[in-house]
Design a protein around this ligand. Structure first.
Ligand SMILES: [Zn+2]
Length: 291
């Protein structure tokens, strides 16, 4: 019996020691941020540590990285969480792998580091080299395999307009006749999720590429009718449906604003309109269009 007890003690001690080193490495100790209230001590602590880390990174390229987790509430939106936590756009969106500013909903759990930077896929050595930092300054993002946090890094200039969905051009001149999100289906009156927006248009009027890219589909798609799908930078795709005629072929490269099809009413459609979708890595985005 005594022998077993000694062994158990040793095992417990070993666990305790490995737990200590685990915690002292800093990467996995995630603190809870219960609410975005300036009077709450956790939010104050997070903001304080961001200020300190920004300073020590600037002065001597050193930081003490810690993570918080925050569960999004009903009224939370991107810029409000960003402002309250003293974070920036690139940090929150890259750490949490958001496809756009609108890629959030109540109950989502976000990770928030006490430093600004970029979360990138890769390995420590390669990222350290690319950003001119020592490998100890490249931190694994908790719970995300091969994703590393690079303090002080930013999105390159072309990425941000995509992420904000600010790069996409309105593909037809018409107005939005049906918005993105839940709506009563015009055919069977059931509540369904509308994955894009409908833009009114005249039969045969030109449909232009919302952004430069490559045609990855041009043809008939069940429900959608005659359809064109374009692939753009950073894994974004746009889809144009219910067309009368397509003007491009699969594999073709198109420029932003180039005519790719004619507006129609093919497929499951009750009159001429363009059904337009923006998606990234399978997730449908709320299109934000510019005239
Ligand atoms: Zn539609």
């Amino acid at each position: 019996m005594g022998e077993f007890a000694e062994k158990d003690k040793a095992v417990v001690l070993l666990f305790f020691l490995s737990f200590l080193s685990f915690v002292s490495q800093g990467g996995e100790e995630i603190r809870l941020l219960p609410k975005l209230d300036y009077r709450h001590s956790e939010l104050q602590l997070l903001r304080q540590e961001i200020t300190q880390n920004l300073q020590s990174f600037r002065r001597e390229k050193k930081i003490k990285l810690r993570w918080w987790r925050y569960r999004l509430g009903k009224k939370d939106h991107f810029f409000q969480v960003m402002a309250k936590t003293m974070q920036n756009h690139d940090t929150l969106s890259s750490v949490n792998r958001l496809a756009s500013l609108y890629d959030l909903q109540e109950g989502d759990e976000w990770l928030i580091p006490n430093m600004r930077g970029l979360a990138l896929y890769g390995n420590r050595q390669e990222l350290a080299q690319r950003y001119g930092l020592s490998p100890e300054l490249i931190f694994p993002v908790p719970g995300k395999k091969d994703l590393y946090f690079v303090p002080g890094a930013f999105f390159d200039k072309t990425h941000k307009p995509y992420f904000q969905l600010a790069t996409f051009l309105r593909p037809v001149a018409g107005v939005v006749s049906s918005p993105f999100g839940y709506r009563r289906d015009p055919f069977d009156a059931r509540q369904r999720f509308h994955k894009g927006i409908d833009l009114s248009c005249q039969l045969g009027s030109p449909v232009v590429a919302s952004e430069s890219g490559e045609v990855i589909f041009a043809g008939w798609k069940s429900g959608y009718g005659l359809t064109v799908i374009l692939r753009h930078a950073f894994d974004y795709e746009t889809l144009y449906a219910h067309l009368k005629e397509t003007k491009v072929r699969k594999g073709e490269k198109v420029r932003k604003g180039e005519t790719i099809a004619l507006c129609g009413s093919s497929g499951r459609s009750s009159g001429p309109h363009l059904h337009f979708e923006v998606r990234r890595r399978g997730a449908h985005q709320r299109p934000q269009l510019h005239l």
